[in-house]
Ligand binder design. Structure first.
Ligand SMILES: Cc1cc2nc3c(=O)[nH]c(=O)nc-3n(C[C@H](O)[C@H](O)[C@H](O)COP(=O)(O)O)c2cc1C
Length: 337
């Protein structure tokens, strides 16, 4: 089974991805935070830097688009293919209100007729825009879709699956929640099960895998699952994929904690090098603490102090203190059915 690092805007930018890859194993693919498709048909500086091939391990790191109109989306897909990537992920799951109200992200699932038209246009247009004049060997942009199980309810789940089945999608990655539920409540395994059974494409599970136990429950329920995608669980416990691969818990907590400390120090330096500004690097590190903090039970006050750090030196000192406290990786467990 493949294990993917889920895209997380503000958290898993290229300095984080490369540092994770350097320190930990077990992740087959890292999905990049989304690049927004605009009518301007251009990318922002930060988006360009994030998908710059020199900042990514090609073949293992995959760009993601937040699609808008099909014609505009095709132009971005061509940029991605021209940069040398073999896969693009389409984000049909972002629940942010500003995104959904424009009919993007999970908002695309609310109107299945429009979704069908979009995909029809996209896959027909790929021949013309992305693959025009290329040999069949070069026409290798795989399109994967990251979806929710619906926007407002699961009534149209059958229709959603039928639509995806109509197109040459390489994999359907399902965050097993409704768009309207954002990150609340528990993932809906029954709804995911319908994708697992009825999709003609390979299906990847995503949602609340935070520990080996969660992963084992998932496997019991869906034994032939080809892939699992993990986000917050891997930020809280960066070794989780490695543990899943080797099928066991870490045998030495001390070593695991030392590795975490080195990993943390390296990401901190990588973000600082990326921005050249202490404040920006601290902001990125604080996003990580939203999840990593759960692995240090009882450190809530100390973590609140980290949030007030104004220099990198103070940040490193305060974070270093917490990182040496009792470490219970992936502490936030137990919500899965
Ligand atoms: C802070 C944050 C940023 C996210 N950014 C993205 C994104 O850019 N693209 C995307 O498809 N999903 C994004 N997601 C959703 C995650 O990829 C994933 O689907 C979700 O967190 C559920 O998986 P998990 O429980 O393993 O974290 C984001 C989630 C969070 C919490």
């Amino acid at each position: 089974m493949d294990i993917y690092f889920a895209p997380m805007q503000g958290v898993t930018g290229w300095p984080f991805r490369l540092t994770h890859l350097k320190h930990y194993g077990g992740v087959d693919r890292y999905y990049m935070p989304f690049i927004s498709v605009h009518q301007s048909r251009s990318m922002k500086g930060g988006e360009k830097r994030d998908m710059d091939p020199s900042h990514n391990e090609m073949g293992r790191m995959v760009p993601q688009l937040l699609p808008a109109g099909a014609e505009d989306t095709l132009i971005y897909m061509d940029m991605i293919r021209s940069a040398g990537y073999g896969e693009v992920s389409l984000n049909l799951g972002c629940p942010a209100r500003t995104v959904v109200t424009k009919g993007k992200g999970a908002g695309m699932l609310a109107d299945t007729g429009r979704l069908d038209e979009f995909l029809e246009h996209l896959f027909t247009g790929m021949e013309r825009v992305c693959n025009g004049g290329l040999s069949s060997d070069e026409r290798s942009l795989r399109v994967t879709v990251k979806t929710r199980v619906g926007m407002n309810d699961t009534d149209q789940i059958g229709e959603l699956i039928r639509i995806y089945n109509r197109y040459p999608i390489a994999e359907v990655q399902v965050h097993a929640r409704l768009g309207k539920d954002a990150y609340n409540g528990v993932p809906d395994w029954e709804a995911f099960g319908r994708f697992y059974e009825k999709s003609t494409h390979p299906v990847c599970y995503n949602g609340d895998i935070r520990s080996m136990e969660d992963f084992q429950k998932l496997l019991e329920e869906f034994p032939d699952l080809p892939a699992v995608m993990i986000g917050r669980g891997l930020v809280a416990d960066p070794m989780l994929a490695e543990k899943i691969r080797s099928g066991m818990q870490s045998d030495s907590m001390l070593t695991e904690q030392e590795r975490l400390i080195h990993f943390h120090d390296d990401i901190c330096s990588a973000w600082y090098e990326c921005y050249g500004q202490e404040h920006a690097a601290i902001c990125r590190m604080l996003e990580i603490w939203d999840y990593l903090g759960a692995s240090f039970p009882g450190c809530e006050r100390k973590i609140r102090k980290i949030r007030k750090a104004r220099s990198l030196q103070t940040y490193r000192q305060l974070a270093g203190e917490v990182l040496r406290q009792e470490y219970r990786p992936g502490y936030l467990t137990g919500s899965l059915q």
